[in-house]
Design a protein around this ligand. Structure first.
Ligand SMILES: Cc1cc2nc3c(=O)[nH]c(=O)nc-3n(C[C@H](O)[C@H](O)[C@H](O)COP(=O)(O)O)c2cc1C
Length: 287
């Protein structure tokens, strides 16, 4: 049976490095795969309105745009690749805009959980990827995928990333791990023992926090290499399927908490009513 790879590109550039890299990974998968593509900046993905409607009743976002179409494609895919260009030291904002709608993911837990996925961060200048790799990894973890591999790839001009044979090998390697989790490459850098993330924030109390799964704990130098001893915190989003459902329940419980504290909250808000002036949207006058 033909399997579907969904390629999610966060680049506005047609046939740019993200698109080509996704297509290269697809080509390496073999003949029994077909490719679907989503170019996020081109789609109408509205910002989350924080209405929480997607957590209750029908569990569907009420906004009329292309978001649910991509969600359905993600749910139907057998595997997915997320590629984002570095824009000003993080992933292009279209990736985050999609992710911000992610309370909707809780309605798709069974379809999404454990789907094979790989992430690619593409940067034009060596060393200037900023948080882009963590951003694509975060996208995959929060869409509940099985992050089989990720890479930073350099290339500025459209197509430049594919001029390098090392980058083509990276695409081949990512295709291999999508096909077979046993081919997962062992990390060569210190990673979070819980989620495999390699981006950390060092805290003033001698601990470090993994910027992918938010777990924190002490770290130490062992034979010249850094070791993290993090443990899972109270609010885990994606380490296990139970974590996901537990977090969804906690979020739903916030509605009752809000109703209980409504009067106190209203009193606080009242103090700030009418303070400051907002910049208004420009009225565009048709001539
Ligand atoms: C607005 C803008 C900001 C960028 N910021 C960065 C950056 O912070 N770091 C970097 O290495 N490259 C940066 N780049 C270069 C892109 O990441 C690079 O050209 C990449 O290959 C684009 O991928 P694409 O061809 O799929 O669009 C930037 C490009 C644009 C247009």
């Amino acid at each position: 049976m033909v399997k579907t790879l969904l390629g999610i590109s966060a680049s506005p550039r047609k046939l740019g490095n993200c698109e080509l890299f996704i297509k290269e990974i697809f080509k390496q998968l073999g003949e029994d795969w077909e490719l679907r593509l989503a170019r996020l900046p081109q789609l109408d993905i509205k910002p989350c309105r924080a209405c929480y409607e997607c957590l209750f009743n029908q569990m569907r976002c009420p906004q009329q745009d292309d978001f649910l179409q991509v969600m359905d494609a993600l749910a139907e895919a057998d595997a997915y690749v997320v590629a984002a260009p570095a824009y000003l030291l993080s992933a292009n904002g279209s990736l985050k805009k999609f992710l911000d709608r992610g309370l909707q993911f809780y309605a798709f837990v069974d379809e999404l959980w454990g789907k094979p996925a790989a992430g690619v961060a593409i940067a034009g200048i060596e060393g200037m990827e900023g948080s882009t790799k963590r951003d694509v990894e975060s996208f995959i973890k929060l869409t509940l995928g099985d992050l089989r591999g990720s890479a930073v790839v350099y290339g500025a001009l459209p197509g430049e990333a594919l001029l390098s044979s090392a980058n083509r090998e990276t695409a081949e390697e990512l295709a291999r791990v999508i096909l077979d989790p046993a081919k997962r490459v062992s990390p060569v850098v210190p990673v979070c023992p819980l989620c495999g993330g390699d981006t950390f924030r060092f805290l003033p109390d001698g601990r470090a926090r993994c910027m992918l799964c938010s777990s924190s704990g002490p770290w130490e130098l062992e034979n010249g290499s850094l070791r993290f001893h993090v443990s899972a915190g109270e609010h885990q989003f994606f380490l296990s399927k139970d974590d996901v459902n537990r977090h969804a329940e906690w979020l739903r419980g916030m509605k009752e908490k809000f109703l209980l504290r409504k009067q106190d909250l209203k009193a606080v808000v009242k103090e700030y009513l009418g303070v400051g002036t907002f910049i208004e949207r420009k009225q565009i006058v048709e001539r």
